[in-house]
Design a protein around this ligand. Structure first.
Ligand code: UT7
Length: 333
């Protein structure tokens, strides 16, 4: 019997309209366009404005667009997994809210929190449900409204993050195209360098936690940078070697967009020229779980059936990983 694997058969993304440029940030905090550009590669980021709007609202836009373009009825979706660190609420899961708003009546749904590696963790989790033969159409969403947990008086973090959502449709494939391999890693001791201090069970919200600004992203940039730059490059090279792939065999690297310097170091270690690396950090910043599906969406029309693609990420936790995908269709939006 032919082995069933999971293939990405469609991708869509959504970024809110409002653009927060480096020039505007110069007026908000003590920073410069030059510092942000040379240290991160970021020029602008999209921000979700409007009362009562959250992560699910961006995700629903992406999901509806995906269903329409892939000619999929909402009733056909079996499972929805949403990777996010900025859920609409602590509970229920944002995936439940998305399913309701997008009318996905037959799907069961849950969230995965693995910070910036959440989309990769979710993709692999979803692929196992497909490989089991039990489920046929699964949505994997990566979405974050990072502006809801960023302190816009802290120059060290507010220049980095943006808001966006992306989604892929996963379906069974018996012809060898799809998700072929993955390496996923966690090192919880890294949590001290990147986290949100309050709002969980250890430090529930209080006047004190709000006054101390503990509901915002806390990041020790340099410490995270050191781990990110070596771990993302290591795991990307490891998945190449594990699958006997040479630089020539790889059509695209799809890296998490946290810092242009981390992306370039990863590509260098893999021996890949810049033309094979998806980079859009200059226009979106770090959208956490949104980065990888956003890239796939923007480059979709250049992707060809059979392309060998490496997805790679590093994030809070620490979490990191890489996935090897043989792309399953000729692109075209
Ligand atoms: O996505 C999940 C994982 N996250 C990451 O991968 C992020 C990894 N870290 C990074 O990308 C970088 O560490 C940052 C972009 C966050 C920071 O860049 P850096 O080159 O590591 O800068 P730094 O934190 O070492 O700061 C250097 C200097 C400091 O000033 P002093 O102490 O040298 O006087 C900072 O106060 O730059 C200062 N600084 C700024 N200056 C102007 C920090 N932020 C800014 C700013 N504008 N926005």
């Amino acid at each position: 019997m032919t082995k069933i694997i999971a293939a990405i058969t469609g991708v869509q993304a959504y970024a809110p309209e409002y653009l927060l440029t480096n020039r505007e940030l110069e007026k908000m905090v003590d920073t410069t366009d030059e510092w942000i550009t040379t240290r991160t590669g970021i020029k602008e980021r999209h921000i979700l404005k409007g009362n009562g709007l959250g992560t699910s609202d961006m995700a629903v836009e992406a999901v509806k667009g995906l269903l329409q373009k892939t000619n999929t009825s909402p009733d056909e979706i079996d499972l929805v997994i949403c990777a996010t660190v900025t859920p609409d609420m602590v509970f229920p899961a944002t995936a439940n809210i998305i399913s309701d708003k997008a009318d996905l009546k037959n799907a069961f749904s849950f969230d995965i929190n693995a910070a910036c590696s959440g989309f990769l963790y979710s993709l692999i989790t979803a692929s196992k449900y497909i490989e089991s033969g039990s489920y046929k159409k699964v949505l994997v969403i990566g979405a974050d409204k990072m502006s809801s947990i960023v302190d816009y008086t802290d120059r060290a973090t507010c220049v980095i993050f943006g808001d966006a959502a992306g989604v892929v449709l996963l379906e069974p494939s018996e012809n060898g195209y799809g998700i072929l391999d993955s390496i996923l890693r966690t090192n919880g001791s890294g949590r001290i360098h990147l986290h949100q201090k309050a709002g969980g069970s250890v430090r529930p919200p209080s006047h004190e936690t709000i006054d101390a600004k503990e509901h915002f992203v806390y990041q020790e940039g340099q410490a995270v940078f050191k781990f990110a730059v070596s771990s993302m490059a290591d795991v990307s090279v490891e998945i190449m070697e594990k699958n006997g792939l040479t630089t020539k065999d790889i059509a695209w690297l799809v890296p998490h967009q946290a810092n242009l310097r981390i992306i370039e170091a990863t590509a260098r270690r893999m021996g890949l020229e810049k033309e094979k690396v998806m980079i859009n950090i200059q226009r979106y910043g770090n959208t956490t779980n949104g980065t990888i599906p956003m890239c796939l969406y923007e480059w979709e029309d250049q992707l060809k059936k059979g392309d060998n693609i490496i997805l790679s990420a590093f994030g809070g936790g620490f979490t990191w990983g890489a996935i090897y995908v043989k792309w399953a269709y000729d692109g075209g939006k």
